[in-house]
Design a protein around this ligand. Structure first.
Ligand SMILES: [Fe+2]
Length: 280
């Protein structure tokens, strides 16, 4: 059996489309304790180890998800591997990564960017609550095609899958470093971005973030709770356009000998503490 390997690839930043980037950037500045800089027509929102680029376009649409390799050598190896697996490599649209970055689209049309973020360089000089960019999730009506693409073409590792009574895939979680997941898919009736997540660290920081949201009258929409896959503590809010944002803590660390987990498709899998949000 092939040895599981940990590639050390981390979600670094995302781009979100919105009809009104100026207005949405004001929300992100407040809700995620970020600073905003304008680069051309793009609004770059940054906090400690987190960055969301806002650009004009259709509401609730992901522009791209950008993952960072540790160094140029690993980026070159990843590019070679993706090309050898039939991935159609295109230019990077990211204003954050340098010219060595590249992109490709998954079968649902979601754009992934891979690059290297400069060593010892934070995304922001602003002192802010801890919450580094950690994962994102897509909803899809063709999850099996995405699963094949992420594992076979991108080389992401499957950590856990959620199946219904017939064994049909209802959710799955991929790891790209030692953390349980940096990408997830939820089976739904449509293809869309599901949520973006920021890892705060420990449970007390979930409290601090909830108190922080309360200062700005931003209600928690789901949680606090504990997910089954990943075992992380979490709560979720929505931005004014309905995009889900998750604050997480204490996400499971994966070991090389950990077998792929299979979970039942039931509310308790999504939230062992209570109410769940089933996508299908
Ligand atoms: Fe999540």
């Amino acid at each position: 059996m092939e040895q599981r390997t940990i590639s050390d690839l981390r979600l670094n930043h995302t781009m979100l489309l919105t009809p009104n980037p100026a207005e949405l950037s004001a929300f992100y500045k407040k809700a995620l304790d970020m600073e905003v800089t304008l680069r051309g027509e793009l609004y770059i929102c940054t906090g400690t180890d987190r960055c969301i680029v806002l650009g004009e376009g259709k509401s609730r649409t992901l522009g791209f998800a950008a993952y960072a390799c540790k160094n140029e050598e690993e980026l070159a190896q990843l590019r070679k591997k993706i090309s050898a697996s039939g991935g159609n490599i295109e230019q990077s649209p990211s204003p954050v990564f340098d010219e060595s970055a590249f992109s490709l689209r998954d079968p649902d049309g979601n754009t992934f960017v891979f690059g290297v973020f400069p060593q010892n360089d934070n995304l922001s000089s602003k002192e802010s609550l801890p919450g580094r960019m950690q994962h994102l999730a897509f909803a899809s009506d063709e999850p099996e095609a995405l699963l094949s693409f992420y594992t076979d073409t991108l080389g992401f590792l499957l950590a856990d899958r959620v199946e219904d009574e017939e064994g049909v895939l209802r959710a799955c979680f991929f790891n790209t470093d030692s953390e349980h997941h940096s990408l997830a898919i939820f089976t739904a009736g449509e293809k869309r971005l599901d949520h973006q997540c920021f890892e705060a660290g420990d449970w007390n920081l979930i409290r601090d973030w909830a108190d922080y949201m309360a200062q700005y009258d931003i209600p928690l929409q789901w949680g606090p709770g504990r997910h089954g896959p990943g075992n992380n503590l979490f709560f979720m809010i929505r931005d004014p356009e309905g995009n889900w944002l998750e604050i997480s803590a204490e996400l499971e660390i994966i070991t090389l000998d950990r077998p792929i987990g299979v979970w039942e498709h039931e509310p308790k899998t999504l939230n062992s503490w209570g109410q769940a949000s089933l996508r299908s």
